[in-house]
Design a binder for this molecule. Structure first.
Ligand code: NAI
Length: 351
């Protein structure tokens, strides 16, 4: 485990902010460690500091988008660590060209997300959000809520991607007595894991889309999943189906989702991930609703950052940095790209 480092310096205040050479201040931390949330635009701390950074630690919850162009300026960069799971905010192809290692803390928040998926499904199917809003605003109208409320029991529920999260979602859903559980993934489950759940694998995404009442997205964002759920795919879904996406916002086409929900083809869309984060105040996913005024269960990106998860991904981040500093190999489960190659099979099918 990497040691905790305590640095005691003097406060520089305004002077330190104006003069970055005031390295001996708490603000500039001897130039060893920079911590910032300022990540957007050419004058951001991210863009200024990346030029001589060797280890970049980012989090998916407030992603520092490391594009190829920004990587071109990062001459010393060797290691990108994602404190959490999901490294799509790093241009992985560009990292490979430069032999930059990208690692994440695999498994650190998969239960946190699986619980959120089940919660979001229940919220949508049982029409919880409008029911709660009605109470807060002083109302009491049972029919208005019940007209769009159903049971999860007896529904066909499927996951796109059956890795750590998708599998855990299926495990938890068994307790709700669904009609059938389905999964679509190009990767096999280990034989014992496949046997341990009462779920059927489907051969194509289209079959999953056409068959399910409730669908959850649990694959990473990569070049084969960006915009995967577009207008054509949404049209394949059953009328009145619900879609839960806690994977990555950009897997679903922004306006296609809005249109499908507003037309009533989708009865609900919920999740915590957005195609850009933080989501702008006028992002249409904040306010979209189905024709009954229901069907929106969106939140800020928080499912994988519960306090329990934060402990795990903080420890995992320290472990990755520690191994790097000591020249030890990384835990293979955490490595996304290394030595110019994809080490993970989850970021797209390749030869
Ligand atoms: P994992 O790597 O264990 O599983 C991902 C699965 O998706 C793999 O089995 C892979 O083969 C499959 N997959 C990839 N492309 C696919 C495609 N085109 N069609 C079907 N399946 C495909 O990853 P894990 O831990 O289950 O996480 C999945 C994603 O969930 C992460 O990459 C991240 O984007 C997101 N996530 C979101 C969090 C949140 O707070 N909302 C927190 C943690 C993860």
């Amino acid at each position: 485990m990497a040691p905790k480092v305590l640095i005691i310096l003097y406060d520089g205040g305004e002077a330190a902010r104006n003069q970055p050479k005031l390295l001996g201040t708490t603000e500039n931390r001897l130039g060893i460690v920079v911590v910032t949330s300022d990540k957007e635009g050419p004058n951001s701390v991210f863009r200024k500091e990346i030029v001589d950074t060797e280890i970049l630690i980012t989090t998916p919850f407030h992603p520092g988008y490391l594009s190829k162009e920004i990587m071109d300026t990062a001459k010393n960069l060797k290691l990108c660590v994602t404190a959490g799971v999901g490294s799509d905010h790093i241009d992985l192809a560009a990292a490979n060209e430069r032999k930059i290692t990208v690692a994440e803390v695999s498994g650190s928040n998969v239960v946190s997300v699986a619980e959120q998926v089940v919660m979001t499904m229940l919220n949508l199917v049982r029409n919880f959000v409008p029911a709660h809003e009605q109470i807060i605003s002083g109302g009491w109208n049972v029919a208005e809520i019940a007209q769009d409320a159903y049971d999860l029991e007896g529904k066909v529920i499927g996951t796109i991607g059956c890795g750590r999260i998708g599998y855990r979602v299926l495990q938890r859903l068994e307790a709700f007595n669904p009609k059938e559980l389905l999964w679509f993934d190009y990767t096999d489950l280990p034989a014992d894991a496949a046997k341990a759940i009462n779920a059927r694998r489907v051969d194509t995404l289209d079959e999953l889309l056409k068959t399910c009442d409730v669908i959850t997205v649990n694959c990473p964002l990569h070049e084969q999943t960006r915009g995967l759920i577009n207008a054509d795919k949404l049209a394949m879904m059953k009328k009145g189906a619900w879609l839960v996406n806690t994977a990555r916002g950009a897997i679903c086409d922004r306006m296609a989702v809005v249109k499908a929900l507003e037309s009533g083809h989708l009865n609900g869309y919920g999740g915590d991930v957005w195609d850009v984060q933080p989501a702008p105040p006028d992002h249409p996913w904040r306010t979209m609703r189905n024709p009954l005024g229901c069907g929106n269960a969106m939140t800020a990106h928080y499912s994988g950052t519960t306090l329990d998860a934060q402990k795990r991904y903080a420890e995992g981040t320290k472990d990755i940095v520690d191994r790097y500093l000591q020249g030890k190999p990384q835990n293979p489960a955490n490595v996304i790209v290394e030595n110019g190659q994809y080490a993970s099979k989850a970021y797209g099918q390749r030869k």
